[in-house]
Design a protein around this ligand. Structure first.
Ligand SMILES: Cc1cc2nc3c(=O)[nH]c(=O)nc-3n(C[C@H](O)[C@H](O)[C@H](O)COP(=O)(O)OP(=O)(O)OC[C@H]3O[C@@H](n4cnc5c(N)ncnc54)[C@H](O)[C@@H]3O)c2cc1C
Length: 470
């Protein structure tokens, strides 16, 4: 029976572990952060601001260094569940054509929509919607509908329109990936016998011998032997751990993508603090640069302690051609996102900001909204709109927005492709017994939030590994 190391207990690592154990493999799941017993109740809170305030749930090991000023932190989740313990719980899959393009343009045979849809349908992350969207969310959706948007319930395949989003919330509590996929294994005697979860356990590198992955080197200086290693450390650290392990390839750590976004801080006239999740709805729109390539994400108001109430509206571009890279410097990850460095992306961002302004204008006219700011120093939205496209793009690059969807840094594809670091089954080129099974492998970022696409990819790659090792 094969013994496999899965590195990282985020959404990817949890699903991969589940699939491997169900196929009869033995798994040790390594997680650098805390385990369930160390968690504060904030972890199950439906308010992601509560979870983000918990230092032990955050990984501060990454900075963005290309924003034109000093390094900005790019925070991720840490501890079992990974970023699913601190994120906004929004469930979207992306657009069918995103996956058809993986197949058609990036040579990822077998990853077209008709194949991945089934995999998405097999994911179980709970799925509920807030009946009450919250005052700010509801107003944004209503304005978008009055402007001609269709009313939709966002969930599976993306579509233009305004309406509620499906959330990973069950019985009023966040459902993180560890609770959904690993806890049930630990509660079943048969599967628990095959699984070991090691928290506070950092994998420093993969032990390679003659091109074969032999195991992992751990932070305490020890090495442990395995038959195979599956990297699920996220799109920042999976490529960096490969590079640390002596693996080379022009695409490892390159092709990094994210959804550029601008958080518009909306000062409300009245106290509209909500007990609902911050994010309950979404507006998806098309621009001249592409279909369904703009998201407006209302974030319900939370108190800043000063008596005034602030909501946010994230304006994001979800179909992008800009690509950056990640490298390791002094044990920290340095991300060069190069967001909005193509004209198409900058133009789409401008369209997203204009749409956000159009949606917010009636709320200001009605007196519900007092003012809209685009940074912490009081720059107003209308001042930003006076900028030309290039300086608007520069401004947005300096604001790390609400969408943190890094991916693509070990892209799948053909061995001949300069773009690809792993095969279409996730196996690392020029290595045996070594796979990547997280958002790193996206050849192109889909038009949706990335947790479910990451889980879809991990599920599919893990099934393939289990078949190969059987
Ligand atoms: C603030 C925020 C809000 C978001 N909101 C949403 C949302 O609403 N919907 C959505 O779909 N997506 C959202 N996302 C994105 C989504 O959470 C990620 O796409 C998803 O978590 C990626 O999963 P992953 O398993 O690849 O990586 P991660 O979730 O980053 O998990 C990686 C895990 O590996 C561990 N690890 C890393 N290095 C090592 C090592 N060397 N040894 C051992 N363990 C290691 C980390 O501690 C972590 O637990 C959000 C992201 C952020 C930051």
């Amino acid at each position: 029976m094969s013994r496999i190391a899965v590195v990282g207990a985020g959404p990817a690592g949890c699903v991969a572990t589940h699939r491997l154990i169900n196929a009869g493999c033995r798994v040790v799941l390594f997680e650098q952060g805390v385990g369930l017993q160390d968690f504060h109740s904030a972890r199950s809170s439906i308010h992601f601001s509560d979870a983000l305030a918990e230092e032990q749930l955050l990984d501060h090991s990454s900075d963005v260094t290309d924003a034109g000023n000093s390094a900005l932190p790019y925070v991720r989740g840490k501890g079992v569940g990974g970023t699913s313990s601190v994120n906004a719980m929004v469930q979207t899959w992306g657009c069918p054509d995103d996956y058809n393009q993986w197949e058609r343009i990036f040579g990822c045979t077998g990853w077209g929509w008709s194949s991945v849809r089934q995999e998405f349908q097999n994911l179980h992350m709970g799925s509920s919607r807030s009946v009450d969207l919250g005052r700010f969310s509801r107003e944004v959706v209503d304005v978008a509908l009055r402007m001609g948007a269709s009313g939709v319930q966002h969930g599976a395949a993306c579509a233009d329109g305004a309406g509620s989003v499906a959330l990973s919330v069950v019985d009023g509590q966040r459902l993180d990936a560890f609770s959904a996929y690993v806890l049930p294994l630990l509660r079943n005697a048969e599967s628990a016998a095959l699984l070991e979860v090691r928290t506070h356990s950092t994998v420093e590198a993969v032990v390679m011998e003659g091109g074969v992955a032999k195991g992992v080197a751990l932070g305490d200086g020890t090495e442990e032997h395995f038959d195979a290693v599956v990297m699920c450390a996220g799109a920042i650290w999976s490529p960096l751990l490969l590079l640390r392990s002596g693996l080379y390839g022009p695409a490892i750590g390159r092709n990094l993508q994210d959804h550029p976004s601008l958080s518009i801080i909306v000062q409300m006239a009245q106290n509209v603090e909500e007990t609902l999740p911050e994010v309950t709805s979404l507006v998806v729109a098309s621009s001249a640069m592409g279909e369904s390539n703009i998201h407006l994400l209302p974030v319900n108001a939370t108190s800043n302690g000063s008596g005034m109430q602030f909501a946010q509206l994230a304006a994001a571009v979800t179909k992008v051609s800009s690509r950056g890279s990640v490298k390791e410097v002094d044990q920290k990850a340095e991300l060069s996102l190069r967001s909005l460095t193509t004209d198409d992306d900058a133009e789409a961002m401008r369209a997203a900001i204009i749409l956000a302004s159009d949606v917010l204008a009636p709320l200001k006219e009605s007196g519900l909204v007092v003012e809209c700011y685009v940074d912490n120093t009081g720059t107003r939205l209308h001042e930003l709109l006076a900028h030309d496209q290039a300086s608007m793009a520069k401004f947005v690059q300096r604001q790390l927005g609400a969408y943190s969807h890094v991916s693509g840094s070990c892209a799948m594809g053909n061995v001949e492709s300069e773009h690809a670091a792993v095969s279409t089954s996730g196996s690392v080129f020029n290595a045996q017994g070594l796979w990547v099974a997280d958002a790193s492998v996206f050849p192109d970022i889909p038009r949706g939030a990335t947790q479910l696409p990451t889980m879809m990819v991990a599920s599919r790659i893990a099934r393939g590994i289990a078949q190969q090792l059987r």
